[in-house]
Design a binder for this molecule. Sequence first.
Ligand code: B12
Length: 169
Amino acid sequence: MDIVGKKFKANEIYIPEVLLAARAMHAGMDVLKPLVVKIGIKHIGKFAIGTVRGDLHDIGKNLVSIMMEGAGFEVIDLGVNVSPEKFVATVKEHSPQILGMSALLTTTMLLMKSTIRALERAKLRHSVKIMVGGAPVTQTYADEIGADGYADDARSAVEKAKELIQARI
Ligand code: B12
């Protein structure tokens, strides 16, 4: 997936090939997971991700999830149409080091801000790093709403997540 990510970024392969590779990786992971658990390989961190409320686009989110899993993160995928309350409850229950939010609509990206405010109200904002992404999201928007990280593709998302984890240590 690392090589696939590089080729995707360089426009050498496209979404169908990435999804095919991802499906193959998932099949491989199903075989390897029990063995990995048995020999006790440690995850590098916990990453929760969801597409924000009102938004049903999940292709990009799924790519990010898969690449994170491939990079050694334990991934909690909340699916699509995730409310700020659900993001807050997930942080409370699972204490991920990083929370990722995806949005593909200019109308739903506003929910990222609402979620960050909800985490602040729940006094959980400082317990988790927040990453945002999706086609309409930019670094400027991420800064504006107080997110900790932004990436414009799945491979850069992994790099950013590793950086944020390092910064916490
Ligand atoms: C596929 C698609 C759909 C599919 C979604 C299927 C699915 N299961 O996801 C369907 C048909 C359901 C759909 C529906 C709609 N869609 Co649509 N859709 C698209 C389309 C063609 C591709 C999106 C996509 O999957 N891109 C590929 C992925 C890989 O890219 P990505 O999501 O950007 O993700 C990458 C990065 O952004 C980043 N990333 C993504 N998430 C995250 C999260 C984090 C934390 C990080 C760090 C990084 C990151 O990494 C990813 C991988 O590299 C886009 C057009 C486009 N070219 O973007 C329109 C588009 C997003 N849709 C659009 C619209 C308007 C709609 C509808 C409202 C249409 C309608 N009238 O019903 C509905 C909304 C439904 C809803 N409530 O969500 C508009 C949005 C316009 C806007 N400015 O808001 C677009 C831009 C099309 C257009 N040009 O008008 N859509």
